[in-house]
Design a protein around this ligand. Structure first.
Ligand code: ADP
Ligand code: ASP
Ligand code: MG
Length: 439
C-alpha cells in the first residue's frame, strides 16, 4: 500500500481535482489523503474569528461567499445532471451546517467542527468525481480512526485497529480516500492536527498500515535548500535523511508539517516530496540513508520567545538547570534552543501561553529577561563532529547580522542561530550567498 497526500493547491480547483485522477490511478492499492481546497481553511478560520467577536452577520457573509465559490467548482467538476445535483446537495448540507453556528453560542468545540468542513468537502467532492468517471473508490472517514491523546499525540494503536476495520469493509477496493488534518481528541470530540496537518495524517496513516511509501504531493518539486518565499534562487534537494528532514520541518520549512516525519521514521517508511504540477520532476526522497556530508538547507521559524535566566547561584550549582526545566515541564512548554554561560542560561520557546506563570516561578530564584519576536534560523546537513569549517562558514555568512544565540553540537544535523525577526530575511539571503553561492 502507498499513501499519496495532496495539499491545498493540488485540490484547489475543479481542474486540479480532475488532474489528480491520472496520479491516483493504477492497480497498486493506495490511500489518498486530501487537504481542503486552498484558501478554505483560512476562510473557515476567519468565520470563527467573526463568531468569537460576536459578529454572526459578518460570519454569514463570509459563509455565503465561500458557498458561491464551491457552487462554481461543483458546476465545473461534474458533467452529468445527476452528479451536479449530488454535488449541490453536498454543498448545501455543509454550508447549512456552517450557518447553524451563526445562530447559537460559539465555543472552541464549534470552532473545531467548522475547521473540519474543508477536508470533509474536498474528499466527498473528489470521491463523487471518481464515481462519475467510473473509477471505484471508497471514502474512509478520518473521524472514525484518526485520534489524538490528551497531549495531542496520535494514538497509533487505536488508529491502526480502526483504520484496518474501515479498510476491511471494502475488500475489493484498491483506491481509498480520506481526510487530512481532522481527527478526534481523547474526549471523542472533533479536533485537528494543527495547520498544515494533512502531511501529518499521511505519515500517521502510512505508519499505521506499514505502507511502502508516503508521497506528499504539493506545488513545488521537493524540499529546497532555502525558503523560496523569501529568497529568489533555490534548488531542490534530492535526498535527505529522516533526521535532516525532521529538523527542516520542525524549524519552519513549510512544505512539511513540523512533526510529520516522525511516524514514518519510526517505521522506516520513505517519504517522497513531489510536485503535482510537474510530476516528472524528481522531488525529494527522505529515508534512512546514510546522509552525504555537508550543509544542505536552511529554514526559519518565527514567533520565537527568548528567555534569559540569570543567577549568581548558577555558578557551580548543580540542580539549577533541573529547577529551570521542571518549571517548563509543569506548564507543558517545550524548549527549542538552549545556550549556557557560567551565570546564565538562554532558551527559546514558541508557545507563550504560560509565559507569565513561567516567568513568575523563574523569578523566585533568578533574574529573567524576555525577548519576543525572535526567529530561529536552522542550518541543516550532515556535519560530522570530527570535521572542521562548518561553524566558521555559517558564522562568516552571517557576519553582518546580530546573533542573539548560537547552538551547535546538539546533533550532527544542525547549527541553529537566533536572530531578531527583523533580520530574518537578510539572514536567509546571506546564508544563500555564503553557503550556496547564490548572489
Ligand atoms: P500544501 O498546501 O501542498 O500542503 P504548503 O503551502 O503547505 O503546500 O507547502 C508548500 C510550500 O512550502 C511551497 O509552495 C513553498 O513556498 C513553501 N516552502 C517553504 N520552505 C520550503 C522549502 N525549504 N522547500 C520547499 N518549499 C518550501
Ligand atoms: N487544510 C489544513 C490547513 O490549511 C490542513 C492542510 O492543508 O494540511 O492547514
Ligand atoms: Mg502544507
Amino acid at each position: 500500500m502507498v499513501i499519496l497526500k495532496f495539499g491545498g493547491t493540488s485540490v484547489g480547483s475543479a481542474e486540479r481535482m480532475k488532474a489528480l485522477v491520472k496520479l491516483v490511478s493504477g492497480p497498486e492499492r493506495k490511500i489518498v489523503v486530501l487537504s481542503a481546497m486552498s484558501g478554505t481553511t483560512n476562510t473557515l478560520v476567519s468565520i470563527c474569528t467573526e463568531l468569537y467577536n460576536k459578529q454572526p452577520l459578518k460570519a454569514g457573509e463570509i459563509i455565503d461567499q465561500l458557498e458561491v465559490k464551491y457552487k462554481e467548482e461543483i458546476n465545473s467538476l461534474y458533467s452529468s445532471d445527476t452528479f451536479k445535483r449530488k454535488g449541490e446537495d453536498l454543498i448545501k448540507n455543509h454550508f447549512n451546517y456552517l450557518r447553524s453556528f451563526t445562530l447559537d453560542m460559539f465555543t472552541v468545540n464549534e470552532e473545531k467542527a467548522i475547521l473540519a468542513q474543508g477536508e470533509l468537502l474536498s474528499t466527498a467532492m473528489f470521491h463523487y468525481h471518481l464515481e462519475e468517471i467510473g473509477i471505484n473508490s471508497a471514502l474512509l472517514p478520518a473521524l472514525n480512526f484518526m485520534r489524538i491523546d490528551e497531549n495531542d499525540e496520535p494514538q497509533l494503536n487505536y488508529i491502526e485497529k480502526n483504520l484496518d476495520a474501515e479498510i476491511a469493509k471494502h475488500s475489493s477496493i484498491n483506491l481509498f480516500i480520506t481526510q487530512g488534518y481532522i481527527c478526534r481528541n481523547s474526549f471523542g470530540e472533533i479536533d485537528n492536527l494543527k495547520r498544515g496537518g494533512s502531511d501529518y495524517t499521511a505519515s500517521i496513516v502510512g505508519a499505521a498500515i506499514h505502507a511502502k511509501e508516503v508521497q506528499i504531493w504539493t506545488d513545488i518539486d521537493g524540499m529546497h535548500n532555502n525558503d523560496p518565499r523569501i529568497v529568489s534562487k533555490t534548488h531542490p534537494i534530492h535526498e535527505l535523511s529522516f533526521d535532516e528532514a525532521a529538523e527542516l520541518a520542525y524549524f519552519g520549512a513549510k512544505i512539511l508539517h513540523p512533526t510529520c516525519i516522525l511516524p514514518a521514521q519510526k517505521r522506516n517508511i520513505p517519504v517522497l516530496l513531489k510536485n503535482t504540477m510537474q510530476p516528472e520532476a524528481r522531488g525529494t526522497r527522505i529515508s534512512n540513508i546514510e546522509a552525504s556530508e555537508g550543509l544542505k538547507a536552511v529554514a526559519a521559524k518565527d514567533g520565537i520567545c527568548a528567555i534569559n535566566i540569570r543567577s549568581d547561584r548558577m555558578l557551580l550549582a548543580h540542580g539549577f538547570l533541573r529547577a529551570v526545566f521542571e518549571i517548563f515541564e509543569r506548564y507543558k512548554t517545550s524548549i527549542d534552543m538552549i545556550t549556557t554561560s557560567e551565570i546564565a542560561v538562554s532558551l527559546t520557546i514558541d508557545n507563550t501561553k504560560h509565559l507569565p506563570e513561567i516567568t513568575k516561578e523563574l523569578e523566585e530564584f533568578a533574574n529573567v529577561a524576555i525577548d519576543m519576536e525572535q526567529t530561529i534560523i536552522c542550518i541543516v546537513g550532515n556535519l560530522p563532529k570530527n570535521k572542521s569549517g562548518y561553524g566558521f562558514k555559517v558564522l562568516e555568512a552571517l557576519k553582518d547580522i546580530p546573533l542573539r544565540m548560537v547552538s551547535y553540537g546538539g546533533s550532527a544535523n544542525n547549527i541553529s542561530v537566533l536572530v531578531n525577526s527583523v533580520h530574518k530575511r537578510e539572514a536567509l539571503i546571506a546564508l544563500n550567498k555564503g553557503l550556496f553561492g547564490y548572489l
